[in-house]
Every structure is written in structure tokens, then in C-alpha cells.
Design a protein around this ligand. Structure first.
Ligand code: HEC
Ligand code: HEC
Ligand code: HEC
Length: 344
């Protein structure tokens, strides 16, 4: 990698430097040799996690495709272990040279295989493949649970790009949830199970609770979630819309009522409540954040929000008492939101 490409200092030149130094993806293949991975591999009867497709498919996907063949002069582009540039941007062999010309049209680059990542929908499709779809086998082997939340992931990833004006955390969050629903519903077709149903019903309840036009009566969940994600991603989201969604979410108690999640087997209804609570908390946080990014004040102060995070226990540990405590703290969040709105 030469400092003339993405290896220099500053945002425009530093994508590679930022990635290598700070991005967790750069070390994703090293993870496969740590103690936790070894324990997982033992349980799965895998000899070496770092070489098993069950793991490398997400932790080091380039192990399975032919190298770019341009390794010598542009060696930085040939990172083959870990999650590399091509995992998100698409394989580069056809656009590597053209993409350095500032006049080269983006849609032409897209035709050469450079995946467009500008919209929330495009990004969701890129990230979700590795950030939501965990097989039963891996879940049972105690791989950390994957809860896809697009906006939080984008914030947590050290940025090697600048967001356009008009970027909305609220919109990004909502698109991410719809795509999480699509993926979970698609996976349930391959691997049905009560736990997955519990998660699907929780995300549906969340989309419904936003009051943002989700039609919950659709028969084909995979398709309707995809259509919805595209639609939300396609139009800008105003501050008023974000504020309205936030109020709906903090005001909704339906998922905590006794008759909630009746489509889920009795033994798994608390899981649904837990999944809902977890995603609701992340959502409130992202919506709240979307005001800060546009120069406005947070609507919900830090303390009650931190307390809500503390009350969002892992879904498998939810029961009547955890749900009660969660609702009490949600009440406090709603109250502080109201006070903040009145004081404005
Ligand atoms: C090819 C698979 C793959 C793709 C595509 C991918 N990731 Fe990841 N990501 C991983 C793996 C594997 C890890 C875990 C790294 C580790 O610790 O070993 C990870 C970890 C992360 C982390 C740190 C852990 C966390 O949950 O906070 C962030 C942030 C992240 N990814 C953001 C993103 C974003 C944003 C996108 C899309 C633009 C994305 N990833 C696309 C595989 C992927
Ligand atoms: C569907 C994609 C996917 C597959 C398949 C997958 N992982 Fe992961 N893994 C991830 C992501 C994403 C993270 C980051 C989770 C987070 O931090 O939120 C992660 C995190 C981890 C972590 C915790 C991070 C750390 O630093 O300790 C370990 C350990 C791990 N994976 C090992 C494995 C092993 C071993 C396998 C194969 C048996 C495997 N993974 C298969 C996506 C995957
Ligand atoms: C986890 C996914 C992910 C990985 C891995 C990744 N990027 Fe990116 N990259 C993105 C996203 C998302 C954007 C924002 C694209 C946009 O807004 O159009 C981006 C933007 C960029 C941009 C700015 C382009 C533009 O049109 O604004 C450059 C340059 C870039 N990446 C280079 C790299 C390089 C070089 C690597 C490998 C060292 C890399 N990226 C790895 C997700 C990723």
C-alpha cells in the first residue's frame, strides 16, 4: 500500500490506515485462534476454527476466493485474512484501476463490481450477512448472539468515510430493523424453531410500534420486510418523523401485556419480550442520537437511558420480574422525554 492510495493520513487518504489500525474487522481472523474459538471448535468437532468454513465464511471470507492477482504493486488491497475491503466493497479486480479516476461515474463502477454503499438499504445488505445470520449449530456452541442494529454498527466501526449531509441515524436504524426481520424470517425457512419465531415476532412488534407505515398483515414476511426497508431507505426522514417514532416507541406497552406474542409457543413468550426490550433500547438510543447529529439536543437524558440499558437483560433470562423492572424504567424514559419536550 502506498501513501498515495488509501494509506496516508487524513480521512480522504486514510481508509486503509484507519482500517488496519482501528477496525475490528482487520483482526477478525485472529479471533479464530483465541481461547473462546478453540472451545467452540471443540464443541463442534472442528479441528481448526481458523481453517473451517463454518467460521471463516464471516471471519475471513477472502480465504475462499481467488486472490486479486494484483498483489505486488497494490499489496494493501490484497489483505486476505480477516474481513477485508472486498467483503464490503465487492471484489476489486475489475474496478481497482478505474476507481482512482475522480471523473469515473459511480454507476459504471457498480457495473464493474464495486458495490454501492451510500444508502442505508445498501449498507444493511452488506453488513447483515455476517451480523445477523447465526445458525442453530453456532448458537448452541455459544457463539456470541448477533443482534443486527445497523446504525450502532456503523457508528462503532471506525469511520474511513464521511457521511453525506442529510444522513439520519433514525432512518438507518429503521432500515436496519426491517432488514434484520427479512433475514431472520428467511433463516426461519431454512432452520425453523421457536426461538427464531420469538425473535421474528419481537421485531414485527417493534416495527408495528414505530407507527411508521409497517403493514403487519403481509403474508410473505421476507418480501414485505425487504420492500419496507427499501421504501424507508428511499425517502429522507425528517426530524419530525424521527421524533414521532421515538414517542410512539417510548409510549408503547402492548408487548408487555399478558396477551402479547400469542403467536409464540408459551415457553418462548418471555424470549419475545426480551428480544423486544433489547431492540427497543437500542432503537431509542439511535433515535435519540439522531437529534444530536443534526445539532439539536438529546430528547432523553443520559441517566434514564443508561438505566434502561441495564434493565435490557439477555432475552433468554427474561421473566415477569425482569419485564416489570424494564417497564418501570421505560416509564421513566417516557417521563423524561415528556419533560424535555415541554422544556424546549
Ligand atoms: C464478511 C463478513 C462481515 C461483513 C460483510 C461485515 N462485518 Fe462487521 N464483523 C464481522 C466479524 C467476523 C466481526 C467480529 C470481529 C472479531 O472480533 O473477531 C465483526 C465486527 C464488527 C464490529 C465490532 C463488533 C461490534 O459488534 O460492535 C463492528 C462495529 C462491525 N463489525 C461493523 C460492520 C458494519 C457497519 C458492516 C457493514 C458496512 C460490517 N460490519 C460488515 C464480519 C463482517
Ligand atoms: C454469520 C457470521 C459468523 C459466523 C459464521 C461466525 N462468526 Fe464469530 N462473530 C461474528 C460477528 C459479527 C462477531 C462480532 C459479534 C459482536 O461483537 O457483536 C463474532 C464474534 C466472535 C467471537 C467473539 C469475539 C472475540 O474477540 O472473542 C468469537 C470468539 C467468534 N466470533 C468465533 C467464531 C468461531 C469459532 C466461528 C466458527 C465456529 C464463528 N465465530 C463463526 C460473525 C460470525
Ligand atoms: C465493514 C465494511 C467495510 C469495509 C471492510 C471497508 N469499507 Fe470502505 N466503506 C464502507 C462504507 C459503508 C463506506 C461509505 C460508502 C458511501 O457512503 O458511499 C465506505 C467508504 C469508503 C471510501 C470512500 C468512498 C466514497 O465513495 O465515499 C473509501 C475510499 C473506502 N471505503 C476504502 C476502503 C478500503 C481501502 C478498505 C479496506 C482497507 C475498506 N474501505 C474496507 C464500508 C467498508
Amino acid at each position: 500500500m502506498t501513501s498515495g492510495c488509501h494509506g496516508g493520513a487524513g480521512l480522504d487518504r486514510g481508509a486503509y490506515t484507519i482500517f488496519k489500525r482501528f477496525d475490528p474487522h482487520a483482526d477478525a481472523s485472529a479471533t479464530l485462534t483465541n481461547g473462546r474459538s478453540k472451545a467452540m471448535a471443540r464443541q463442534l468437532g472442528i479441528e481448526n476454527a481458523a481453517e473451517s468454513k463454518s467460521c471463516t465464511i464471516c471471519h475471513s471470507p477472502m480465504l475462499h476466493v481467488a486472490p486479486f492477482g494484483l498483489a505486488a504493486p497494490l499489496e494493501g488491497h490484497a489483505v486476505e485474512s480477516g474481513v477485508s475491503c472486498a467483503s464490503c466493497h465487492g471484489p476489486a479486480e475489475n474496478w481497482l484501476l478505474s476507481h482512482t479516476r475522480p471523473d469515473y461515474p459511480k454507476d459504471a463502477l457498480a457495473r464493474l463490481g464495486m458495490r454501492p454503499l451510500g444508502s442505508a438499504y445498501q449498507r444493511a445488505n452488506s453488513c447483515v450477512a455476517c451480523h445477523q445470520n447465526l445458525s442453530d449449530e453456532l448458537e448452541n456452541a455459544k457463539h456470541p448472539a448477533l443482534t443486527f442494529e445497523l446504525d450502532g454498527l456503523l457508528v462503532a466501526e471506525p469511520k474511513h468515510w464521511r457521511e453525506e449531509k442529510g444522513f439520519s441515524s433514525a432512518q438507518t436504524w429503521l432500515v436496519g430493523q426491517a432488514v434484520a426481520l427479512r433475514e431472520t424470517a428467511a433463516q426461519a425457512r431454512r432452520e425453523p424453531g421457536e426461538r427464531r419465531t420469538a425473535e421474528i415476532e419481537a421485531i414485527r412488534a417493534l416495527l408495528k410500534a414505530t407507527g411508521a407505515g409497517w403493514d403487519d398483515s403481509a403474508k410473505d414476511l421476507v418480501r414485505s420486510a425487504d420492500d419496507y426497508a427499501k421504501r424507508i431507505s428511499g425517502a429522507p426522514m425528517s426530524q419530525e418523523q424521527s421524533r414521532a417514532i421515538l414517542s410512539k416507541l417510548t409510549g408503547n406497552r402492548a408487548p408487555f401485556q399478558a396477551d402479547a406474542f400469542s403467536a409464540v409457543a408459551l415457553d418462548y413468550r418471555w424470549w419475545s419480550v426480551g428480544y423486544y426490550a433489547e431492540r427497543l433500547t437500542l432503537g431509542i438510543d439511535r433515535l435519540n442520537q439522531s437529534f444530536v447529529a443534526s445539532g439539536q439536543q438529546r430528547v432523553i437524558p443520559k441517566n434514564p437511558l443508561d438505566e434502561l440499558f441495564d434493565a435490557a437483560k439477555p432475552p433468554e433470562s427474561f421473566d415477569a420480574a425482569t419485564a416489570d423492572e424494564f417497564v418501570r424504567r421505560l416509564d421513566r424514559v417516557a417521563k423524561s422525554q415528556l419533560e424535555a419536550e415541554e422544556g424546549r
